[in-house]
Design a protein around this ligand. Sequence first.
Ligand code: ATP
Ligand code: MG
Length: 500
Amino acid sequence: MTTPAELAFTSADLTPSELAHLQRLFRSWSILADLSFSDLLLVVPASTLPGEEPRLVVIGQIRPNNRPTMLVQDLVGQTILRASWSLSAAALERGEVVRGAVHHPLIGESVPVENIPVRFGDRVIAVMVRVYSRAVATPISLYEKNYFDVFGRLVAMIAAGEFPFAQEEVGTEETPRVGDGFVLVDGEGRIEFASPNASNAFHRMGVYSTLEGHTFTELGVEASAVQWALATCHPVVEEVERRPDVIVLVECIPLLEHHAANGAVILMRDVTDVRRLDRLLLSKDAAIREVHHRVKNNLQTISSLLSLQARRLTSGDGRAALYEAERRVRSISLVHEILSRDPSDQVPFDEIVVSLVRMAEDSVVSPRPVEITVHGDLGEVTADIATPLAVTLAELLQNAVEHAFAGTGAGPVAGEGGTRAPDRRVGHVEMTLAHGPEGLEVTVSDDGKGLEPGFDIERTTSLGLSIVRDLIVSQLGGSITMGAAEGAGTLVEIHLPPAR
Ligand SMILES: Nc1ncnc2c1ncn2[C@@H]1O[C@H](COP(=O)(O)OP(=O)(O)OP(=O)(O)O)[C@@H](O)[C@H]1O
Ligand SMILES: [Mg+2]
């Protein structure tokens, strides 16, 4: 869908660089509306067909933050006969500021307007129309006088093609506004005027002396932005940090006359609270990471203790059990290892799979070499699924390398009192992973000797598969089946429903 603004742009007769100039004006013109306490419109000549009456089209509108608006209606996209907006047409033709008054249909009386030609290169490309109330026409307070003075200087710059600045503004949504704190300095950087909010910002920075007549440096505020802006004739944004707990964002806009800076406007905003929140968020992240790191370290310590203890036993059931326990703890620590690097609740499961496969390969004890291959991936998995799933897959891979290829063939092999040649065929273990709208699908299969006749995973009481069943069915609400694979061997299939 085309917005009124886009429509207006396409109906205007402008080159891409002229359009870019106007877009830069839009990015910085809130300061103009606030300094002049006025509504502003931007009008350009509309493209017309031959024989058609010349028209203007409104391509932008902004309201002041510090006064009620004079224009409640949205005028962007409207076209007007050039003849009926004669003051704007005159500013466009003559390249001069044209002041006057127009009848305001809603207010029912005439209101003052100022038509400011917007120059780009040697062409006047648009007119900025300032609409304001008679009440603001005559400044009463010192700060209003200063605002108007600066607005007048910016108007002259717009008419001379010196504002907006050719260089892309550094502005973000955090850029200070006039109401945040306004300081006017002369060509040497000496303060001529500071608004009450600007004085507050100085107080927060520990400066209580008179501001007028002093430079920022003399006041002890190291804001190089001011000197830079005056020297380079370009706007500069800087964050000034005073004492560890006060941060003030300073935007310095040089005021130019005949391409030389004879002063500058400085907008200041105390961003201490914003930055403090940023830092808190960062440190919360760091704290979570640290916790995962410590959990991982502690789990690794436990697994080393178990393995030390296992080594002290003579081989047998006890020793095997300790090694099993050690391996289980290690598979849990894998998840925390990954969470300690990126503490989001999403864990890239591929990285865990790589480590699980390596762990299983390391524990191959049968004389047959075992090859483990992985197909597909699960992508990101939430942390509360990652841990039980990692433990499950560790158990299944371990079972495959431990049981599927052990003791195949009848009778003892040569070297163990028998005559049969040892079986050296490569055993294959395959794991497939898929993550779809139906949930997670994982299978682990091998081409080994297969399960004992009558085996049933629902009824088995052995520890490894009981853990797996409990994790998948009770904890994750999924299902698991275990049976004969096609051809030979064992196939385990796991399904987990999609996360709610
Ligand atoms: N891939 C497989 N191929 C052949 N038999 C298997 C396979 N997986 C499991 N089994 C059989 O199922 C039994 C139960 O496995 P389970 O993992 O519960 O216990 P375990 O591996 O013997 O001991 P642990 O508690 O140390 O895991 C195994 O002893 C084994 O006989
Ligand atoms: Mg097992």
